[in-house]
Design a protein around this ligand. Structure first.
Ligand code: IPM
Ligand code: MN
Length: 377
């Protein structure tokens, strides 16, 4: 039987890095005696341009028969910004209610950290990003002049607060709503505390901007403090997102588990990726602990590098490691991590972003060789 994994290589460098991700996944599972069956799906920019389709209800139903989804990257410069992001990536996250976006920030020995004097032991924390709410819900509008009835509330607000004559044809305004539910905040915050407990971490930091965006992040903060009461052994801390970006650079060693609303999480995990050696090394898991989860590198499709065979596959390989861990396959998962760690430490097979000259497939093959060595020895 084993696990059924849906593979979506996607666009740009997606297929190249995914080829290596799959190679490593299969090798690790073979060594650890884990059965795996993979099925590939063509969704992405190319597919959209050919068929006019993004992801239909029946595609999603089909994907729901799998134990997990392994995704390369989506994004295509020929398609207007936002179409694939919403129609594919966010559709998957929302449909499967993957409410946790887990992004470990971990500096492996040999990976280049841009911070002076920071060592691997200084950079090792988890960002738990809420993944279904906040400004990502897609509610909003844009208009000029006589607004449609559905925008009435916002129109009135604009008029009242800004004294804008929104009825005139000259004033163009746009708005976007951030939405937070008690349930949505609670489940991801609880996940963060449980993660801290499971991983032996002593502190959870909540990120927000409750000093200005009082409604949405006021609720977030309140729920954080309530959930924290159930974990008296874990220290808590509140951080405004602007200060957070400063502290992450100045004192990354301070953090253990960071829980954040969706949009701030998006921003601080790109910063986190740089701390751990760049986008080529940063994996993420979109988790629904009770359902179908999806694993991906956090980088995009990097069209500039597509087809050249030079992209770093390690983020995708590490996303595969996270998938194995989430499936409960600890041995296979640890094998992959140890192999990646060794390849980085040796520094003989690195892509250009890490200062090397290796091709994408050479890095994948080096990881597979290491897996075998580690398992055999
Ligand atoms: C990410 C990406 C996505 C996000 C985009 C492509 C929708 O930036 O996974 O971090 O904003 O979540
Ligand atoms: Mn992002």
């Amino acid at each position: 039987m084993g696990y059924k994994i849906a593979v979506i290589p996607g666009d740009g460098i997606g297929p190249e890095v995914m080829r290596e991700g799959v190679k490593v996944l299969q090798a690790a599972c073979e060594l650890a005696g884990v059965e795996l069956s993979l099925e590939e799906f063509p969704y992405g920019g190319e597919y959209y341009l050919k068929t006019g389709k993004l992801l239909e209800e029946e595609d999603l139903k089909e994907l729901s028969r799998f134990d997990a989804i392994y995704l390369g990257a989506v994004g295509d410069p020929r398609i207007p910004t936002g179409v694939l992001e919403r129609g594919l990536l966010l559709t998957l996250r929302f449909y499967f209610d993957q409410y946790v976006n887990l992004r470990p920030i971990k500096l492996y020995p040999g990976a280049p950290c841009p911070l002076k004097d920071k060592k691997p032991e200084d950079i090792d924390f988890y960002v738990v990003r809420e993944n279904t709410e906040d400004f990502y819900v897609g509610l909003g509008g844009r208009g000029r002049g006589r607004w449609r009835e559905e925008h009435r509330m916002v129109r009135e607000l604009y008029q009242l607060k800004l004294g804008m004559d929104v009825e005139s044809d000259r004033e163009e305004i746009a708005y976007q709503l951030g939405v937070m539910s008690r349930k949505g905040a609670e489940r991801v915050i609880r996940y963060a505390f449980e993660l801290a407990k499971r991983e032996g971490r002593r502190k959870v930091t909540a990120v927000d901007k409750a000093n200005v965006l009082t409604h949405v992040y006021g609720l977030w903060r309140e729920v954080f403090q309530e959930v924290a009461k159930g974990y008296p052994e874990i220290e808590t801390e509140l951080a405004f997102v602007d200060a957070m970006t400063m502290w992450m650079v100045k004192n990354p060693e301070w953090y253990e588990v960071v829980v954040t609303p969706n949009m701030f999480g998006d921003i601080i995990t790109d910063l986190g990726a740089m701390l751990q050696g760049g986008m080529g090394l940063a994996p993420g898991g979109n988790l629904n602990p009770e359902g179908v989860s999806m694993f991906e590198p956090i980088h995009g499709s990097a069209p500039k590098y597509a087809g050249k065979g030079v992209a770093n596959p390690l983020a995708t390989i590490l996303a595969g490691k996270m998938m194995l861990e989430e499936l409960g396959e600890r041995e296979a998962s640890q094998l992959v991590e140890s192999a990646v760690r060794e390849v980085l430490r040796e520094g003989k097979h690195l892509t250009y972003d890490l200062g090397g000259t290796s091709k994408t497939h050479e890095v994948g093959e080096a990881v597979v060789r290491k897996l075998r060595e580690i398992h055999g020895g």
